[in-house]
Design a protein around this ligand. Structure first.
Ligand SMILES: [Zn+2]
Length: 150
């Protein structure tokens, strides 16, 4: 199965890059510093704080741009999952869109979470079937994908 559309892949890469950059600068801000005076930051940490704000603003803009290419229903459903980071929501929506595209002309076999599955469309809903039974306990379906027993 082909990879994500290059443009979508770039958008997701930018979201992840900004996530990582924000996490890096935030962790620097959390370190104890003998030169910071309470809320008054030293030059180095004031710059970190500035960058965190810049990264967060860019992230919000990049997320909004990526959102315009996604199915709002997929995004809404994924956002209801507890603790799902916004970048993971966008990745899930991109995967759902790609699966929907791939399954448009009939069921497709692909690998999700290490399991071979058959994906087919029921209207606009993605239906996932286990290709091989993995024992008594089936893993939960991937977010945004409903499961129907055969
Ligand atoms: Zn400092």
């Amino acid at each position: 199965m082909p990879l994500l559309d290059p443009e979508v892949s770039d958008q997701l890469g930018m979201l992840q890059l900004l996530d990582d950059a924000t996490a890096f600068r935030s962790s620097r801000l959390e370190q104890l510093c003998p030169d910071c005076r309470g809320r008054r930051k030293c030059t180095e940490h004031a710059f970190d704080q500035h960058l965190v704000e810049v990264y967060k603003a860019r992230y919000a803009a990049a997320w909004a741009e990526a959102f315009t290419a996604m199915d709002p229903g997929d995004v809404g459903e994924l956002m209801q999952a507890d603790d799902m980071p916004p970048t993971a929501v966008m990745l899930g929506a991109a995967i759902a869109a790609r699966l929907r595209e791939a399954a448009a002309s009939g069921p497709v076999v692909t690998e999700l979470d290490g399991q071979l599955v058959v994906i087919e469309l029921d209207g606009q809903d993605l239906i996932e079937h286990q290709l091989l039974p993995a024992g008594n306990e089936s893993p939960p379906p991937a977010p945004g994908i409903s499961e129907r027993k055969l």
